[in-house]
Design a protein around this ligand. Structure first.
Ligand code: AMP
Length: 444
C-alpha cells in the first residue's frame, strides 16, 4: 500500500516524500479513503499511530479540490484539540503536509494575546486548529464565522471531555452548520465518548487500529514498588544506574513537578518542569529544549505534557501514577511511537494500589513488578491483576477483628494532608454534553 494508491494528490505526495513517510500507517490506510469519500469517522487511534496525517491529508485534499474561496473571518475546516501544545503540534504537521497547496492554515489557543489572532483571522483561514475555549472567545467577538465550515475534526476527544470542555463543545456544536463532515479521534472509547459520537456524527465509519483501550504494545512496561517518601531517591538511583539520557517524567501535581525538578537541579542534573501554572512561553521553551536534547529530564503533569511529540523518546517514567487510568495510555504513548520500541517505568507506592489496579484493568494486563535492592518498600503494595481486583491483603499477623480490622487496605486516591492537588483541569469524572441535535443532512 502506498499513499498514491490511497488517492492522494501529487502536491501531498511530494510533501510526504520530503517528510520521508514511505508507507501509510494502518489508521491512515483506513481513514484517508473514507474521509476523501466524505464519510464521517469515529476512530479509536492513540497518539503515535499517525492519526494526525490520517485526518489532515484527506482534509487538505478536499479543501484544495472543493468548495469556495474562504471569505473574511471564515474558516472551512476546523480541528479542535484539547491543549495549546497539541494545537501547535497538529498545526505544524498540517503546515508541512500543506506545503505545496495554496491553502492558509492557522492555530489559535488561550494563554496568549487574542488580538494578533483576531487580526490573522480577518482574511479568513482555510484550516484552523483551535482549543475550544479560545475558539468560542473569537466567535463571540465576531472574529470568526462558521457559515463556510465543511469539516470538523475532534482530535483527542476523550481528553477534551477529561479537561472539562463538554460545555464548550456543546456551545460550538450549536453554532456550526448542520451539513458538514465530522471526524472524531480518541485514544480511548468510554461510554461518554460513544454518546458524544452518537450526537455529533452521522452514520460514521468506525476505525479501530489498536485493540480497544490497550496500551501501545511496542512499549515495555513495568512497575517498581517503593515507599512514597523514597521515590525521589529511587528515581535518581535508577537514572544513574540506567544511564538515562532523555526521560519524560510524569508527576501528579504542580507541586510534585516543582519539587522533583528542584531536587534534580540541586544535584546538578539538567532538568526542567512544565505544568499549568507556568506561562505558555515558558512551557514551550522547556519542550523545545527537551526536544533539542538540551534538557535531560522533563517533568510534567498530564495537562502540560499533552501533545508532546518527540521522535524516538526511549523512556517515560511515571513518578506518580495518573488519577485517571486512561492517562496512563496517553503517557506511555509518548514512547514507542511510530513502531519504535520504548520503555515505561512506574514508581508505585502502597497508596497508589487502586490506580494501579484501574490501569491494569483498562490495559488488560498485569504489569510486571520489580523491587530495587535497598529500596524495598516498608509499606507493601497489595497484589493486583487485570481483573481489577486488589487480590491480596498485605501480609499482617492475625489480629482479633475490630470494627475496621476486617476491611481491605485499598489505599487512597489522594493523600490526606497533601496540600497539593492534581492539576485542576484534570477531571476524573467526565461530563457529556447534552446537545440539541436536530436532524442533520449528510454531506453530499
Ligand atoms: P501522530 O500519531 O499523528 O501523533 O504521529 C506520530 C508520529 O509519526 C509523528 O511524528 C508523525 O510525523 C509520524 N508519522 C505519521 N505517519 C507516518 C508515516 N506514514 N510514516 C512515517 N512516520 C509517520
Amino acid at each position: 500500500m502506498t499513499f498514491a494508491t490511497l488517492g492522494l494528490i501529487e502536491p501531498l505526495l511530494r510533501a510526504l516524500e520530503t517528510l520521508g513517510y514511505q508507507t501509510p500507517t494502518p489508521v491512515q490506510t483506513q481513514a484517508i479513503p473514507a474521509v476523501l469519500a466524505g464519510r464521517d469517522l469515529m476512530a479509536a487511534a492513540q497518539t503515535g499511530t499517525g492519526k494526525t496525517a490520517g485526518f489532515a491529508l484527506p482534509l487538505l485534499q478536499l479543501l484544495a479540490m472543493e468548495g469556495p474561496k474562504v471569505s473574511a473571518n471564515s474558516v472551512r475546516a476546523l480541528i479542535l484539540v484539547p491543549t495549546r501544545e497539541l494545537a501547535e503540534q497538529v498545526h505544524e504537521a498540517v503546515r508541512q503536509y500543506a506545503e505545496n497547496l495554496p491553502l492558509s492554515t492557522y492555530a489559535v489557543y488561550g494563554g496568549v494575546s487574542i488580538n494578533p489572532q483576531m487580526m490573522k483571522l480577518r482574511k479568513g483561514v482555510d484550516l484552523l486548529v483551535a482549543t475550544p475555549g479560545r475558539l468560542l472567545d473569537l466567535f463571540r467577538q465576531n472574529a470568526l464565522k462558521f457559515n463556510q465550515l465543511q469539516t470538523l475534526v475532534l482530535d483527542e476527544a476523550d481528553r477534551m471531555l477529561d479537561l472539562g470542555f463538554s460545555e464548550e463543545l456543546g456551545n460550538i456544536y450549536r453554532v456550526l452548520p448542520k451539513k458538514r463532515q465530522t471526524l472524531l479521534f480518541s485514544a480511548t472509547f468510554s461510554d461518554a465518548i460513544r454518546l458524544l459520537a452518537g450526537q455529533m456524527l452521522n452514520d460514521p465509519l468506525s476505525i479501530e487500529v489498536s485493540p480497544r483501550n490497550v496500551a501501545a504494545n511496542t512499549v515495555k512496561q513495568w512497575v517498581v514498588t517503593v515507599d512514597k517518601k523514597r521515590k525521589p531517591e529511587l528515581f535518581i538511583h535508577l537514572m544513574r544506574k540506567g544511564k538515562w539520557k532523555q526521560v519524560l517524567v510524569f508527576a501528579k501535581t504542580r507541586n510534585g513537578v516543582d519539587a522533583l525538578v528542584e531536587k534534580l537541579q540541586g544535584l546538578g542534573i539538567n532538568a526542567d518542569g512544565i505544568h499549568g501554572d507556568k506561562p505558555q512561553a515558558t512551557r514551550q521553551r522547556a519542550l523545545d529544549r527537551f526536544k533539542a536534547s538540551e534538557v535531560q529530564i522533563l517533568v510534567a503533569t498530564d495537562v502540560a505534557a499533552r501533545g508532546l511529540d518527540i521522535e524516538d523518546l526511549p523512556l517515560v517514567v511515571n513518578f506518580d501514577l495518573p488519577i485517571v487510568a486512561e492517562d496512563y495510555i496517553h503517557r506511555i504513548g509518548r514512547t514507542g511511537r511510530a513502531g519504535a520500541t520504548g520503555q515505561a517505568i512506574s514508581l508505585v507506592c502502597a497508596d497508589e494500589v487502586n490506580q494501579l489496579s484501574a490501569i491494569e484493568m483498562l490495559t488488560r494486563q498485569t504489569l510486571t513488578r520489580q523491587m530495587e535492592q535497598d529500596f524495598e518498600p516498608e509499606h507493601r503494595v497489595p497484589d493486583t491483576d487485570a481483573s481489577g481486583q486488589v487480590v491480596k491483603k498485605p501480609k499482617k499477623p492475625k489480629k482479633p477483628k475490630t470494627s475496621s480490622g476486617g476491611k481491605r487496605n485499598l489505599g487512597k486516591w489522594v493523600e490526606s494532608g497533601d496540600a497539593s492537588a492534581p492539576e485542576p483541569s484534570i477531571k476524573p469524572v467526565r461530563k457529556v454534553p447534552v446537545f440539541n441535535t436536530g436532524p442533520r443532512k449528510r454531506k453530499p
